[in-house]
Design a protein around this ligand. Structure first.
Ligand code: GDP
Ligand code: MG
Length: 326
């Protein structure tokens, strides 16, 4: 599958060439024809680089926590990759001036590679391109690769679920927003981070989070709950310990490799399934608008189309009126 041209870019990614890496990320984001070959060649399910999704409601402290984690892993001599999907993140060039200045210290550190995905990826979809950018940074030996998302919409949740480990950041006093994250608490977070522990209301938050977790019958399946303050640094060591213990054992590594393979495969099957279905639809009806017209005029229904896409109907126009419902 690998052309010599693609091979050139693969070598750039593997040789710590930051400009080459940036170029490859742009190719992936813009759907360059060489991108699939490059991704194919770089992919290694057993890679040791860990990808960490950081999600949670706006204002929870995800950017501040990301900043803390960068500092922590840099102190341990790791090269750290950051993908900021949140457009308001200082890592994407947005947000509060004070935060931005604090995070600039990392921007000039050659051991930190920061990529904003905030306004990209409209072609393959935000989650698809972010997913692939994550693999590229991991293949470039950034370890960990941190992905800050907004954590409020489906796309962001999906991105978080593509990371090896997801931190769901919750804070006291977010009221309704924490309530709406409740359902997600069960599904999203591998580690629940109760941030702003320096604020009042942290006990209350911990009690309500623990109450939600009791709904998970097997105690071993409940994610760890870590209190911290991204602002003061309190609890960050406990958090990084929890992250480390997810994958430090041989069994943990094996489970991580299995999980990341399953998630990536699932994501690609879904993406390609959508593309294929759309192609079949356009082949038959010409455009989405024409499809809608056909439905409105009573010639077909979305359900018939669904069956057609599953291959249960012949993809030829054998009868003009698909809508005989008796
Ligand atoms: N008191 C307190 N404030 C924090 C903490 N973490 C973040 N903040 C503040 O909360 C605000 C939102 O933080 P930010 O990291 O931008 O949140 P994000 O929207 O989730 O990325 C900023 O003003 C931070 O300085 C914390 O642990 N304690
Ligand atoms: Mg942010």
């Amino acid at each position: 599958m690998l052309s010599s041209e693609a091979d050139h870019f693969v070598r750039k990614v593997r040789s710590f060439d930051q400009r080459g890496l940036a170029r490859v990320l742009s190719m992936v984001e813009n759907g360059h024809p060489l991108a699939p070959s490059i991704l194919h060649s770089l992919y290694n399910p057993q890679r040791s680089s860990l990808t960490i999704g950081i999600t949670g409601p706006p204002g929870a402290g995800k950017s501040t926590l990301t900043n803390r984690l960068i500092s922590y892993y840099r102190r341990h001599k790791n090269r750290v990759g950051v993908i900021a999907v949140d457009p308001s993140s200082p890592f994407s060039g947005g947000a509060l001036l004070g935060d931005r200045v604090r995070m600039q210290e990392h921007a000039s550190d050659p051991g930190v590679f920061i990529r904003s995905a905030a306004n990209r990826g409209h072609l393959g979809g935000l989650s698809g391109t972010t997913r692939d950018a994550l693999e590229v940074l991991a293949a470039a030996s950034y370890d960990p690769v941190l992905v800050e998302t907004m954590g409020v919409g489906q796309a962001e949740v999906e991105i978080a679920s593509l990371a090896d480990i997801t931190l769901l950041v919750l804070v006291p006093g977010l009221g309704d927003e924490v309530q709406t994250m409740k359902a997600g608490i069960m599904e999203i977070g591998d580690i629940l981070v109760l941030n702003k522990a320096d604020r009042s209301g942290i006990e209350q938050l911990e009690m309500s989070v623990n109450a939600s977790l009791e709904l998970i019958p097997d105690q071993a399946d409940r994610p760890p709950v870590i209190r911290c303050s991204a602002q003061t640094g309190e609890g960050i060591a406990e958090l990084t310990d929890a992250i480390g213990s997810c994958t430090s054992s041989g069994a943990g590594r094996k489970a991580t490799a299995h999980r990341r393979t399953a998630l990536l495969l699932n994501s690609i099957v879904r993406e390609k399934g959508r593309e294929l279905a759309q192609k079949l639809l356009l082949d038959r009806y010409g455009s989405i608008e024409e499809t809608i017209e056909s439905i409105l005029e009573g010639r077909t229904t979305p359900y018939w189309i669904g069956e057609m896409l599953s291959g249960f109907h012949n993809n030829k126009r054998e009868n003009e009126n698909e809508c005989k419902r008796d």
